[in-house]
Every structure is written in C-alpha cells, then in structure tokens.
Design a binder for this molecule. Sequence first.
Ligand SMILES: Cc1ncc(COP(=O)(O)O)c(C=O)c1O
Length: 451
Amino acid sequence: MPKIKITKKVNEIINKDKRLFVTTTKESYPFVAERGEGDFAYDVAGNRFIDFSSFISVYNFGVNANEKVRTAIKNQVDKLMHSAFTDYYAELPVKFAEEFTSMFPKQYGKLFLSNSGTEANEAAIKFSKVITKRSSIMAFYNSFHGRTAGSLALTSSKLVQREHMGPFVNAVHVPYPYCYRCPLHQSYPDCGFACIDYIKDYPLSKEVSGNEVAAFVAEPIQGEGGYVVPPKGYFKELKSLTDSYGILFVSDEIQAGYFRAGKPAALDNFNVRADIYTFAKSVGAGLPMGVTMLRNGLPDIPAGAHATTFGGNLAVVAGAYALAKHVRSNMRSIEEQVHSKGRAMKARLEKMKERYEIIGDVRGMGMMLAIELVKDRKSKEPAIKERDEVIERCFYNGLLLLPAGSSTIRIIPPLTVSMRNIEQGLDILEDSLEQADRAMHGKPTGKKAKS
Ligand SMILES: Cc1ncc(COP(=O)(O)O)c(C=O)c1O
C-alpha cells in the first residue's frame, strides 16, 4: 500500500493558510491539493490518493471532470466568460437548460441558475414564498441546506453552524426518519410512520398552520447529517401530507442528486416528484453552479423578484453543458453502473460489518454509501474519535475520505471509478477499520477479507 510522505512544502502551505484564512471546515489530515485525474487526486508532495470523497460530492464524473468538459470551458474562456445572463440573453444557458431538463419528466421545464447550493436553496425558498404568499418553511432536524441566511434557517445539523447567527426566517423543524437512531424511539415498519403523525399532531397542530407554510424543504437522503436514507414509502406519506395543505415540496438534490443515488434526482428512488428541485455541486463539473428547477404550471416569478450577477456565467455553463450532454446521452449506462458498483461496494461493506463490531450500520443508495461507527452495537454510542482516526489512517495509506454526521464515514468515489480502485480503496478502509476494531475490543472481532 502506498505510504504518504508529508514534506516541508505541505507544512509551509498549511501554516500560511492558517494565518491567512478564516477557519472553515478543514479536515484533520494534511491534504494539500495540486491536481487530479479520473479516480485519483495528487497533493503538492507528489502523493497519489484514491478519491473516495469526490471532493465533497462535486466530481461525480471523475476528478477534475473529463477532457471534453475541460476543453469546453477553455474554449468559452477565450470567447466570453461573463455575459450578464440575468440581464442579457445568451445561447449557451438555453442549450444547457434544454439538455438538463430533458433528463427529467416533461413537467419540469423552468430553471434558475446561480453559483452554489445555498443560492439554489435561497431561490427555492423565495420562489415558494412568492408563489404561495405564505411565510413559513418546514425542514428536517439534522439537515444541511447551506449557510446563507435563508438556507441556514433550515440547516439544522450542528449547533456551531447556527450559534449567534439568528434570528432566522420562520422555519419549523421536524424529525428526519433516521431509523437506525429513531428520534421517536420506534422501529420501522412497526412504527407505522409515527414520525409523519408527529408532524400532523405537533408542529402542524400546535406551532404553525399548514396554510401558512410555503414549502417543505427536504434532502431525499441526508448528506452532511450522516448519509441517512429514509425507509421505503416515507416520502409518499410526507408528500401527501404537504399536498393536503398546498405546501410546495422542495427536494434538495445538491449532494444526493445527479446520479449519485443512481437516478437524475435521488427522490426518484422513492417514486415521488417534487414541485421544486435544487442542484449544485456535481452539476457544475468542478465550477461553481446552482440550479433551481421548477415544475411547469407553477405561477411565474415576477420580473425583478430574484436574480444574481454571475448566475449563468458562460465559462461555468460551458462545462455544465458539456457534462450534461455526456450524461444525458449515457444515462442508462450511468444508472446501471451506479447500481452495479454501488451494490458491490455495499456488499463488501456489509461483510466488513459482519467482521468488525465497530461498524454499527451500513447504509446508502446507489454510490452514496456510508458506515456509522459505534463504541458498542447495543448502546450505539457514536465512536467519534475512532471514526476520525480511521479516516486519518486511510489518508496516510493513500485514500481520501470524508466524515458525516457524528460518527459516520461517507464512501463516495466518482461514479466513474474503476472496480479495481474501488477494491483497493476498500482494502485500505478495511485495514484501518480492523486496527480501530482491535484497539477498541482488545482483540480483533473479525479478520480482513480478501478483495
Ligand atoms: C444537501 C446540501 N444542500 C446544500 C448544500 C450547500 O451547498 P453549497 O456549499 O454549494 O452552498 C450542501 C453542501 O454540502 C448540501 O450537501
């Protein structure tokens, strides 16, 4: 296995970074990015890493996108980068919109383009309010929808993200169906969706009238909150509840969408359609882009109600359009690959769970997979320190991973990753888990599998 060397240059850059930038969410391990290609990322010390992070779910189609996308961006940069798209017209965003919406059913034909996930959600919040003339928004606890004022009002995954930042817009939070740790201490399917009854019986009966709620904003699979997948049938129940009050349903697809969970929209996996979808991250192929997509038939947004200077930036859209063309013409094979690779990865993770008690849960859909680490399977006490150590050890063995939730590790290689690199990455992960398991239980609870 490759051993990673940390050079003087790595340390110098990190020290300067700490002096020059506001602290954000930097990982604990010293990865200083330099270049990337396909399944791999390289740092400034020349180390090569298998990428199981997709650089926070951005490179769904290979690290640093593909040759066609890069060429399209380069060519557009030489022609015109910024065309003031929210004020003047341009052809490229029109072509992108045609290509992008053709991946969805015909009733979705209207887009708003912005520069990030949080902005895509801000637009969805504003549009919902303008359309319904209602003022409240509902969202889930443990959710992540962004960090600007409106979307932050909905984000509810960690206190530090909100502390001292209120007051917020009217947001009402309800429990997410996190069945491994049911907030209502029930178990599926015997619960009969008690969490849906809770929404009816508490927030909508005691806190806010459903007739004052503009939108319910939901992640179809919670990302930052821990890669939590709702049980089958949940979203159908929720959608019929929101429909009964005329509440618009917004699906935040920023992390789970664009084929990460095997479909154009992750919500498709639950056979439910939203009124508004938001996308970002992988849609821009590595450049900053947000897309808010509305169902046809919703009332028009009045001119001047919303815009943003760089929305539809031509250099960005050139890459997004090249990617969308590639994705649309290979949709079936992408879906099949995500399902078959995802199934193989999940099967291997399940085997690891049989061997190592430190793994409390394996979950995910398509290639949006995760393991949750626990100190004890019965108490389910989160193994936070151990999770961080596993990720760090993987880094030093050439594998990039990201945490989520309190003790979860996300496993999200580019969808284009080869089976060989999947196996190698999982070998590195398994070695690290075996060590963590041995340290925790005094002896290994299992033996490493042969890949
Ligand atoms: C589900 C979800 N929504 C919104 C966002 C915010 O996106 P951005 O960081 O581009 O503003 C994220 C980012 O992680 C996300 O995962």
